[in-house]
Structures are given as structure tokens and as C-alpha cells.
Design a protein around this ligand. Structure first.
Ligand code: AP5
Length: 225
């Protein structure tokens, strides 16, 4: 049996466009913790044209959730890789009560648990503007915004010079559906984790740097070393 009792698991919760991916990139580097993004793993599978990628695409293009069983198995496999030995910063998972229960069961088997859930909250009108101005690097995954976090050269990644792209599911009608799906299927996790004493509310409307500082301060205060 794998034992990971000293490992730390932090779950970033929040609506589409709240800044989970942006913050995960900063915080995983600061804490030297693996960044595990369910959306990124699905997009990588899509690029590689795997069966999982083809299945996920049918849901992602409509702004719907990929079924729980497939998603849970994928994350469980990801969390057993060597780079997750010290734990992980989870971005986009769990997203339903069934996923949250499955996560806590798999961590309990390893002698570990979810340590903190920073919930990044942002109003729906801001989310739409954020997602329509988002540009992503296809190579390193860095996320930019044409107004709030622009690359030095428009359309080009600062890190590796790749041409940035806009995600298919950032079209306005798909964004609206993703927000509805979040409100009905994922928002119940706010109370779920609050009742467990793990939730910490983070104002996602502040600057990217300030949000990162607030999340890191909450981790410092509440997660034992
Ligand atoms: P996923 O990739 O997880 O997308 P999401 O949760 O909808 O979140 P986003 O990546 O859109 O937003 P974000 O919060 O990471 O914001 P970001 O940092 O980019 O999921 C995509 C799809 O995959 C789902 O719809 C579903 O089909 C499937 N899926 C994934 N996980 C699943 C699961 N567990 N179960 C089932 N299906 C699943 O920021 C957004 C923009 O805002 C950027 O341009 C950024 O530069 C800017 N920005 C960020 N912070 C700030 C700030 N403080 N001020 C100003 N601008 C900011």
C-alpha cells in the first residue's frame, strides 16, 4: 500500500475563469507541489487523440462535465505518479459531490487527506470578460489575459515564444453553460468543504499577485508543515 501521510493536498475551488489555473501555476512553483489540472489532462488527451480525449471532447465542447467514473479514475492514476509523492495542488477536481467523496476515500487509503480548500469567488459578469480575453500557451500552458495579464509581445508566449491560442469552450454560449453547470453541480462543494472546516474564502477580483499572496498566507496559517 502506498503511504503518503506527510503529503499535502490543496483543492482550488471556484467558477470557470475565477483564476484557478493562474493561481495554481504560481502556488505550485512557490510550494514545489505538483499542479494537477483535470481540464489540462483532458486537453492533453485531446491533443494526443486518445480514446479519453475523444470522449472528453464530446462533453467539453458543450460545457458539460465529463462523467464522474472516467474523471475519478484519471485523477487517481495521476496522483500515484512520482511527482505527486509530496501531494498536489488540485485545479478543477473535485467538481461534484461524488468526486469529492472519491477523493477523500482515495487519500484516506494513502493515509492522507484534503488539507485546505481555497475558494476563489468572482462575480459572473467578470467571469465572462475574463474568459473571452484569455489566451493560453499550447506548449507550456501559461495563461494570459489580453487586458489584465498580457504577454510582452501580443499573441506570443513570454516563456517559450509559442503562438498563443483561445480555448474552444471560451465561446460566450459555452461559457454561459459552464457557469450554469458550475452553479448546479460544483457550487454544493462550497458548503461540503465549509462543513468540514477546510474552506477559506479568497476574493478573486483582486490583482493576480494579491490573490496569490492571500492564498499562500492561508496555506501558511492553516496547513501544518
Ligand atoms: P477546466 O479546464 O478545469 O476549466 P474551468 O474550471 O472552467 O476553469 P478555467 O480553466 O476556464 O478557469 P480558471 O479558473 O482556471 O481561470 P484562469 O486562471 O484561466 O475545465 C474545462 C472542461 O473540462 C469542463 O468544462 C469539463 O467539461 C471538463 N472537466 C474538467 N475537470 C472536470 C471534472 N473534474 N469533472 C468533469 N469534467 C471536468 O483565468 C481566466 C482568465 O482570467 C485568464 O485570462 C487570466 O489571465 C485572467 N485572470 C486570472 N486571475 C485574474 C485576476 N485576479 N485579475 C484579472 N484577470 C485574471
Amino acid at each position: 500500500m502506498m503511504v503518503k501521510s506527510a503529503a499535502k493536498y490543496i483543492v482550488l475551488l471556484g467558477p470557470p475563469g475565477a483564476g484557478k489555473g493562474t493561481q495554481a501555476q504560481i502556488i505550485s512553483k512557490e510550494m514545489n507541489l505538483a499542479h494537477v489540472s483535470s481540464g489540462d489532462i483532458f486537453r492533453e488527451n485531446l491533443k494526443q487523440e486518445t480514446e479519453l480525449g475523444k470522449l472528453a471532447q464530446t462533453f467539453m465542447r458543450r460545457g458539460e462535465l465529463v462523467p464522474d467514473d472516467v474523471t475519478i479514475a484519471m485523477i487517481q492514476e495521476r496522483l500515484t505518479r512520482p511527482d505527486c509523492q509530496a501531494g498536489a495542488l488540485l485545479d478543477g477536481f473535485p467538481r461534484t459531490p461524488a468526486q469529492a467523496e472519491a477523493l477523500s476515500k482515495m487519500l484516506a487509503k494513502w493515509g492522507a487527506e484534503v488539507n485546505l480548500v481555497p475558494y476563489i469567488f468572482v462575480d459572473a459578469n467578470i467571469l465572462i470578460e475574463r474568459l473571452s480575453g484569455r489566451w493560453t500557451c499550447p506548449v507550456c500552458g501559461l495563461v494570459y489575459h489580453e487586458k489584465y495579464n498580457p504577454p510582452i509581445t501580443p499573441g506570443i508566449c513570454d516563456n517559450d515564444g509559442a503562438v498563443l491560442y483561445q480555448r474552444d469552450d471560451d465561446k460566450p454560449e459555452t461559457v454561459k453553460r459552464r457557469i450554469d453547470v458550475y452553479l448546479t453541480q460544483t457550487a454544493p462543494l462550497i458548503e461540503y468543504y465549509r462543513l468540514k472546516g477546510l474552506l477559506v474564502e479568497i476574493d478573486g477580483t483582486l490583482s493576480i499577485d494579491q490573490v496569490a499572496k492571500n492564498i499562500l498566507a492561508a496555506i501558511e496559517e492553516k496547513v501544518a508543515n
